[in-house]
Design a protein. Structure first.
Length: 336
């Protein structure tokens, strides 16, 4: 379908009296895509509100909202009855109960198609980012994005494609090149670098003090953490060490043990290791170079003293090393 036809079908959904609610599970791609939809509907509808189903805590996402001037509200705090049209971007109704409660009029997404129906549905799983799709809408509408909107979309494509190291199509590259000309690169860099909250710093000290190395893997257990993002940040930090091929960082959060896996991607499979080590007692899995395992504290208590962080750390190492231990070849019987 031509871009102009997609845009026409999108615009046909709305009238000047509509109050539009855009629902997102907030991350850079969802935030930027919602910004684009709001710009597309500027002066075409009565109002547009962006509502998040999740509480935004990541420092980079908070910085993105602040620098780009994006206003959001919590989905649970609004009365959906006052809205006449509902839009979901970078997600689909089946992805969350709050989305399922809405009868979406528009769905624009790049995740695998779950068969949802709406008056206008544009789902393209091959694309690396929903922001790339919305950039096409803007261009079809003849709208030159402001520096802030271009920066948001630019950052979203970089994030969701991991600087084009993950899945992407040529259209993602075209959108990225177009946005590059209009984005504020200094603002984009500030958003990218805003990964840390001040209170996170102490956990790097804990990691450096408690780290242990076993067979090419660098481990650290951080104890109770304010967010699993702390474990992610430390795990990524450890991977910057030239001699480290695996980093495995854990912490206790919300009555769960969260274990983050990272590796250099060379003949390794983090998702497989996470599942082999902890899949029997919790949720575990991921990609080849990054994965996560989560184990409920009630289940963990049966295996280890959860009040003793040193014991928990040893238990994690033991489980992982056990799962990676190659079985000894069977003895060949001697000839008689």
């Amino acid at each position: 379908m031509k871009r102009s036809e997609r845009l026409r079908r999108f615009y046909d959904i709305f009238s000047g009296e509509d109050h539009v609610l855009i629902g997102i599970n907030a991350d850079p791609d969802a935030i930027a895509s919602a910004m684009a939809v709001k710009r597309l509907l500027w002066r075409r509808v009565a109002s547009v509100t962006i509502a998040c189903i999740n509480v935004i805590k990541r420092p980079d996402n908070l910085t993105m909202l602040r620098l780009l001037g994006v206003r959001t509200v919590l989905f649970e705090d609004i009365k959906t009855g006052r809205f006449s049209k509902f839009v979901i971007v970078d997600s689909q109704p089946s992805h969350d109960e709050m989305f399922r409660a809405l009868k979406a009029d528009v769905i624009i997404d790049h995740h695998p198609d779950s068969g949802e129906e709406a008056a206008h549905t544009d789902i393209r799983p091959a694309y690396g980012a929903t922001a790339s799709i919305l950039t096409e809408y803007l261009r079809a509408a003849g709208i030159k994005p402001s520096a802030k909107l271009a920066t948001g979309l630019f950052h979203a494509i970089k994030t969701d494609t991991d600087n084009f190291a993950r899945k992407a199509v040529f259209e993602d590259v075209i959108a990225f090149q177009y946005l590059f000309r209009h984005a504020n690169k200094h603002m984009a860099r500030k958003i990218e670098q805003s990964e840390l909250k001040f209170e996170f710093l102490k956990f790097f000290k804990i990691a450096l003090t408690e780290k242990r190395r076993r067979k090419g893997k660098l481990y650290a257990h951080l104890g109770k953490v304010p967010s699993p993002d702390v474990c992610v940040l430390v795990a990524d930090f450890f991977m910057r060490v030239s001699t480290v091929s695996w980093s495995i960082v854990s912490g206790r959060y919300n009555k769960k043990l969260v274990i983050i896996f990272r590796n250099d991607g060379i003949r390794k499979n983090a998702g497989q290791l996470a599942n082999q080590s902890f899949g029997q007692i919790g949720s575990a899995g991921g990609h080849k170079n990054m994965a996560r395992a989560e184990i409920a504290q009630a289940v963990l208590k049966r295996a280890v003293d959860t009040k003793d962080d040193a014991k928990v750390a040893r238990w994690i190492v033991r489980n992982i090393e056990k799962s990676t231990k190659k079985p000894k070849p069977a003895a060949t019987p001697k000839d008689e």
